[in-house]
Design a protein around this ligand. Sequence first.
Ligand SMILES: Nc1ncnc2c1ncn2[C@@H]1O[C@H](COP(=O)(O)OP(=O)(O)OP(=O)(O)O)[C@@H](O)[C@H]1O
Ligand SMILES: [Mg+2]
Length: 225
Amino acid sequence: MLKVTNVGKAYGKFTALENINLEVADGEFLAVMGPSGSGKSTLINVLGLLDQSYTGEYLLEGKNYKDVNDNELSQIRGDQLGFVFQNFKLLTTYNVYENIEIPLIYSKKKQSKKHEMVEDVIEKVGLTGKEKNRPSELSGGQQQRVAIARAIVNRPKLIIADEPTGALDSKTSKEIMEIFTKLNEAGTTIIMVTHDSEVAEYAMRTVYIRDGRLYNDEKSVKNHD
Ligand SMILES: Nc1ncnc2c1ncn2[C@@H]1O[C@H](COP(=O)(O)OP(=O)(O)OP(=O)(O)O)[C@@H](O)[C@H]1O
Ligand SMILES: [Mg+2]
C-alpha cells in the first residue's frame, strides 16, 4: 500500500520527524502510538498527502505524489483515502445524510447510485433512522460513526484515523473499533493513531514514535527477520 523511506520533517529549526522508514502492506491494520508531541499527526499528515513539505521519499501504491498540484492531490485524497479525526469534524448545519454525502458531491455518479452508496454506509455504521439528525442531536459515538461513514462512502483503499476514539468513553470506543475491524476484514487498509493501548490491540501491528523517530514493536521486528 505504502512505503516511506528516510522521511524527515522540520518546522524551522525543530525536527518533528527524522529518518522514518515504514512499509504498510495492503490489508494491514496499523496502530501508531507515542507520547504527545512525538510526531504522530505530523507523520500521518504526510501519509494522507495533507503535507508535502517533507524530505525523503513517500510512495503511495508505488507512486510519488510530491510534485503533483493541489487539485490533483485533493482528487487523489478524495478517491483513495478516508480520514477520521478525534473531533469528528462534521458540518454542524448539515444533517447526517448530507454530511456523509459530501465526498460524493463532485462525483459524476448518478444521483440514484450516490443515494445507494450513502444509505449503504449509514447501515454499515448503524445509523439507520438518524439520517435527518444534525450532529448536535447525536451522541459522541454516533457523531464518530457519521465521520467514519463519510470517510468510507467513496470506498477508499486506505483509512487514516488520528485518535478516532480520543473523545469517546471506553464502551463507545469499543463499538467504533468494531466498525474499524469489520472494514479491515473487508479489505480496507487502516492506519490509526491512538494513545490507548486497549484500542491499539485491535490493530495487527503497532509502531511507536518518540521524538520524531519510529520504532517497530517486537512482533513486527521478528516478522521482518
Ligand atoms: N505548524 C507547526 N509549527 C511548529 N511546530 C509544530 C507545528 N506542528 C507541530 N509542531 C511540533 O511538532 C511536534 C509533533 O507534533 P504532532 O502534532 O505531530 O504531535 P503528536 O504526536 O500528534 O501529538 P498529540 O498526541 O498531542 O496529538 C510537536 O512538538 C509540535 O509542537
Ligand atoms: Mg496528534
